[in-house]
Design a protein around this ligand. Structure first.
Ligand code: COA
Length: 269
């Protein structure tokens, strides 16, 4: 009981707080945050209230003293699903990290995902976003490890499970779930005899973090504890890469960084 009380749960935090928790203390700085009002333009017409960060947080800072970028999806907003804006934020962050690495200023990139996959309300736009994210992961992975952390309440389902599988390191918690088709979809498409989406023990038995590690779909299993997850992330980056010793760099002018980020999202600043 006392051990439980001492645990700093990662799963109970929102996306912004998860990003903050993974970055070194006081280094968190958000890019294209809620005050930029880059919300999905498609939701209101479908009777859904949009969120001004579109459920995706992109934060810069340092991890182990090295430049870093943490992308965290918000499982509390439409199941953390990915639409056009959130998808472009993720792909843009990965693309900038690749450019940084090519310029000799490596950026440790972490995808802290909690998502039901492609946003059903944005369908094809979400599919396009996932393909851009996959491309960007493959390109960055050549230069730097790309680390996925799946330790939220939703887990990772749908299109982003494909992107996750491309990451160099996949850290999962005991409470994580990872799969292509989510239980709701399997039940709808194949019937309750195939999968009862209310049977939570069954869902964890067939898609849970522990099983995924045993199956080789994850590289490390961690407890739902911020220090344990941070330590696993740091370990993941310790793998030597083609760039040799990582160069610690001061941040460039934040204004320039914001404009470069918008351009990577194909938006003129
Ligand atoms: N797009 C839009 N909304 C989604 C979503 C998606 N891809 N995935 C989940 N959500 C929404 C749910 O509709 C629900 O909304 P509500 O609170 O308004 O009812 C909310 O996120 C939470 O989902 P819920 O099913 O209540 O939570 P859960 O913890 O029981 O299960 C999942 C979460 C992700 C396992 C389940 O929602 C699921 O199986 N989703 C389908 C995943 C999938 O196959 N995606 C394929 C798309 S590529």
């Amino acid at each position: 009981m006392s051990a439980l009380l001492l645990t700093e749960s990662f799963a109970e935090r929102g996306a912004r707080e998860r990003a903050r928790a993974l970055l070194d203390p006081q280094s968190f700085r958000e890019l294209i945050g809620p005050f930029e009002r880059l919300a999905s333009p498609y939701l209101a017409a479908q009777g859904v209230v949009p969120q001004s960060d579109d459920g995706t947080v992109v934060a810069r800072g340092t991890i182990g003293g090295v430049r870093a970028c943490v992308v965290a999806t918000d499982g509390r907003f439409l199941g953390g699903s990915i639409g056009e804006i959130g998808g472009a934020k993720i792909a843009g962050a990965l693309e900038l990290a690749r450019l940084d690495a090519q310029r000799g200023t490596p950026t440790r990139t972490v995808l802290a995902l909690d998502t039901g996959g492609i946003r059903l309300q944005e369908a094809n736009l979400g599919i396009l976003a996932v393909s851009e994210i996959c491309d960007a992961i493959v390109a960055l992975r050549e230069l730097m490890p790309v680390v996925a952390v799946i330790a939220g309440r939703v887990g990772v389902y749908g299109g982003l499970s494909l992107s996750t599988a491309l990451c160099s390191e996949i850290i999962v918690s005991e409470g994580a779930r990872v799969g292509l088709n989510g239980p709701d979809v399997v039940e709808t498409e194949s019937g309750i005899e195939e999968m009862d989406s209310s049977d939570r023990p069954l869902i964890w038995r067939v898609t849970g973090g522990r099983l995924r590690l045993r199956q080789g779909f994850a590289t490390e299993l961690v407890s739902d504890d911020v220090p344990a997850i941070r330590a696993a992330v740091e370990r993941a980056f310790e793998t030597p890469n083609e760039l040799g010793a990582l160069v610690v760099q001061a941040f460039p002018d934040p204004r320039l960084e914001r404009d470069a980020f918008l351009r990577a999202m194909e938006i003129e600043p």
